[in-house]
Each structure stands twice: as structure tokens, then as C-alpha cells.
Design a protein around this ligand. Structure first.
Ligand code: MRU
Length: 338
């Protein structure tokens, strides 16, 4: 990868403010848990694995900034709950918080405050490093399904910018590129945040993968014309029956794939699978403000008082998915369990 989505040390984390890409590469330093919460909530960082990693370092920074163990348990529990509430659909925030909170709980009595800080920092680093390995392995498995000369459609940004490195949906594409397969990526612009137009297009170019940007509503006609060989998307939360929540617009692509008999792949690490939820209908779908739809770059594009509805994820049923690929390879789910 030619860039790093996140850098960290014991005092702060450094992120790229993804709201400004590709016009500006602005790096921001975050020194406390409120900063991490705000960066996630305001979409400076986004993408399920990356917000999980940012959440883990946010938890560490909250602990690092304490100078006594007084009311520590109470305080850290509040920090954990607040960070989890920043974005409700992406399960990676919860899985990262669960791992790091467990380390905190197990060690809070026996270790000194400084030793505890060290232990929790190492767990945040571990969450990052594990994500690097997981994403790389997803790519190695995904690559097996990518033929030389393939035209691949992707939605939103499930690349290096959305994870520690490599990405999930884009990881297989990067590995295929490294192995000299000729591939072309069709990038859905992804209204309203334009993660496809702004982020996927940017990182594919940085990694020398050829791409074409389309408006979201062009996908159907391209698929009908037989241009697309396969679709690969990421995931924000996968229920125990294999239903997948991902960026709004994913579901309709899965229906198109089924209708036109092309493979529809979901690539996600196991940290995105929430076995506590029976099916996709149990997944909370984040809704964001009307202004995200009403304005583009500060200019209003509709009526001032226009009614809007802005769910930012949808759920694709497992039956529409060809395979879900994690770092373990093909994931098997019991569709009927839901
Ligand atoms: O709202 P975003 O930009 O956080 O949504 C991101 C997605 O929907 C991604 O597809 C998903 O998080 C997987 S990222 C590897």
C-alpha cells in the first residue's frame, strides 16, 4: 500500500481525514477518547475495520490520560459505551471494544496504572496487527475467484482506507494485480458520501489498478450488457445466518447479480460476524441526517424543507450471496437459523 490509513504511538493516533479526500490529504492527530469518538461519528475515519481499530486506540487514550485508578472501572465502562454508540451498524467497533475491555478487566486489579496502560496499548496494537493479517488472508482467498481479465464491480469503499491495510473487498483485487492478472474495477460512486468516487477511485489509482467510475444507478445496465464478471463488496455486520449489512445500495446489487447470474461475493474479517444476532432483521441500521442528501459540497440540491430519509446501510440476505470470504476462507452459515 502506498499510504497508511492510521498511524499510532503511545501518545496519539494519526488519521487521514477521509471527508476531504481526494482533494486534500489532511492528517489529524487524536490525543484522547473524545477525539476518537468524534473522528468516527463525523466520518473522518470510516469503514468497519478501521473504526474498530480507532475505537480500540480511543479506549487506550482514555486510560493513558488518567493519573489515578480512582473510579477507573466506572469511567472506562462509560468510555467503552460512548465509543460503541458512535456508529451502531459496524460490528467491528463492538468486537474491538469487547477484546480491549476484557484485557482491561482481567488486569485492572493486579497491575499498577502504568502497567495497565502498557497492557491495554499492546492490545490496541494487537487488534491493528490482527486486522492486517486478516485482510491479507481475505485477499489471498478472494484472489482464487478472480479470473484474469475480469471486470469487477464494487460498491462504497472496502479498501485500505477502510481497514488497517489491503482492505476486504479490494484486498483480493490488489493481490490479483500483484500476480499480474489484468483486472478492471467498476466503481459505484456511492451516494451520498461518495466513498466510491472519492476513496475507492483514489486508492485504486494509488495502487495502479485501472478503474471506471459510474453513478450508482448505472450498475444495472452494465450488468445487463454482460460487462461485469463479478461483484465484490465488504460488510459492516454479518448475522449468524449469513445475512449481511453493508452500505446502502448493496442489496439491490445482490438482486441484480442473482437476476443476471453473476457471482456476488462479500469479503469481511471474522471480527464483522455477530453470532449473537439470529438474522439480518436484528441488525440496527444507522440513519444519518437529511443534510447529507440535501447538500453536495455545501450547495443545496433540493428544497430547503424537503423530506428526506437517509438509512446508510441495507441488509442483503444470505441466499443472494455466492460466498462470504473471511480470513479463514469460505464462511458457512445456516441460512435457516434466522
Ligand atoms: O459509512 P461507511 O463509509 O463507514 O461504510 C463503509 C462500508 O459500508 C464498507 O463496505 C464496510 O464498512 C466494509 S469496510 C472494509
Amino acid at each position: 500500500m502506498n499510504f497508511k490509513s492510521i498511524k499510532f504511538n503511545r501518545s496519539n493516533i494519526e488519521i487521514i481525514d477521509q471527508r476531504l479526500l481526494p482533494k486534500k490529504i489532511k492528517k489529524r492527530k487524536i490525543k484522547n477518547s473524545d477525539g476518537a469518538y468524534a473522528a468516527i461519528k463525523k466520518m473522518m475515519v470510516r469503514g468497519a475495520p478501521l473504526i474498530g481499530i480507532t475505537a480500540a486506540f480511543g479506549f487506550y487514550l482514555a486510560l493513558k490520560n488518567r493519573d489515578s485508578k480512582f473510579s477507573l472501572m466506572d469511567y472506562m465502562q462509560k468510555v467503552k459505551n460512548k465509543i460503541i454508540s458512535a456508529r451502531p451498524t459496524a460490528y467491528n467497533i463492538e468486537s474491538a471494544m469487547n477484546s480491549i475491555y476484557k484485557v482491561f478487566l482481567l488486569n485492572k486489579e493486579d497491575l499498577s496504572l502504568n502497567e495497565l496502560k502498557d497492557k491495554v496499548y499492546k492490545e490496541a496494537v494487537n487488534i491493528y496487527q490482527e486486522d492486517v493479517k486478516k485482510c491479507k488472508n481475505i485477499g489471498i482467498y478472494m484472489n482464487k475467484y478472480i479470473g484474469d481479465g475480469y471486470n469487477i464491480l464494487t460498491h462504497c469503499n472496502a479498501g485500505a482506507l477502510a481497514t488497517s491495510q489491503y482492505g476486504t473487498a479490494l484486498s483480493g483485487i490488489y493481490i490479483a494485480g500483484e500476480r499480474n492478472k489484468k483486472i478492471h474495477v467498476w466503481v459505484d460512486e456511492t451516494r451520498p458520501w461518495l466513498q466510491g468516487a472519492r476513496l475507492t477511485a483514489w486508492e485504486l489509482k494509488k495502487n495502479s489498478i485501472s478503474s471506471t467510475l459510474i453513478v450508482d444507478s448505472a450498475a444495472g445496465s452494465l450488468i445487463k450488457k454482460g460487462i461485469i464478471d463479478m461483484i465484490i463488496v465488504g460488510a459492516d455486520r454479518i448475522a449468524a445466518n449469513g445475512d449481511v449489512a453493508n452500505k446502502i445500495g448493496t442489496y439491490q446489487l445482490s438482486v441484480l447479480a442473482k437476476e443476471h447470474d453473476i457471482p456476488f461475493f462479500v469479503a469481511a474479517p471474522t471480527t464483522t460476524i455477530d453470532y449473537s444476532l439470529k438474522s439480518g432483521s436484528d441488525i440496527e441500521i444507522e440513519e444519518r441526517g437529511d443534510n447529507e442528501i440535501k447538500y453536495i459540497n455545501g450547495d443545496i440540491i433540493t428544497l430547503e424543507d424537503q423530506n428526506c430519509y437517509n438509512p446508510v446501510f441495507d441488509v442483503t440476505p444470505y441466499k443472494n450471496i455466492t460466498e462470504i470470504i473471511s480470513e479463514r476462507g469460505k464462511e458457512k452459515f445456516n441460512e435457516k437459523a434466522g
